[in-house]
Design a protein around this ligand. Structure first.
Ligand code: ZN
Length: 135
């Protein structure tokens, strides 16, 4: 398995539109993509080779609402880009790494993603991401 780069840093936010105005109006960055993924409202803000991914839950029971209740807004996960996520997940499982996702699943804008279990990553939620076509 080869990790190419940090694809993005995922932030748990209460309001994506408010967060967007920080990154665009105040920090002078541009929004690259926005979409809904299930209950999640997501905006990507490229910063060089890496992006900031602002993620808001649109339901009170949503995963980001629960995270914010416990820890407050802030960094939620770090995503490493790999070329072959199926192989990467199998390789990690073979090395005894606990996975939240036993198989990759669809992520934002056509990517495939799989999360490592934070119990084995010193409290950091790590996501693997394989770019989708055209990304
Ligand atoms: Zn992510």
């Amino acid at each position: 398995m080869k990790i190419n780069r940090i694809s993005h840093i995922g932030l748990a936010v209460k309001d994506v539109d408010m967060a967007k105005s920080l990154y665009t109006d105040k920090l002078g960055l541009e929004i690259k993509g926005e979409e809904m993924l299930g209950e999640l409202k997501i905006a990507f803000v490229p910063v060089g080779e890496t992006s900031i991914e602002c993620v808001q839950s649109t339901t009170a029971e949503g995963v980001m609402c629960k995270f914010i209740e416990k820890k407050g807004e802030g960094i939620h996960h770090i995503a490493f880009e790999v070329d072959d996520i199926e192989a990467a997940v199998e390789e990690l499982k073979g090395r005894g790494v606990a996975m939240i996702d036993q198989k990759p699943r669809p992520g934002a804008h056509g990517t495939k993603v799989a999360f490592l279990h934070p119990k084995g990553t010193y409290g950091v939620l790590i996501e693997l991401v394989q770019p989708g076509a055209g990304h």
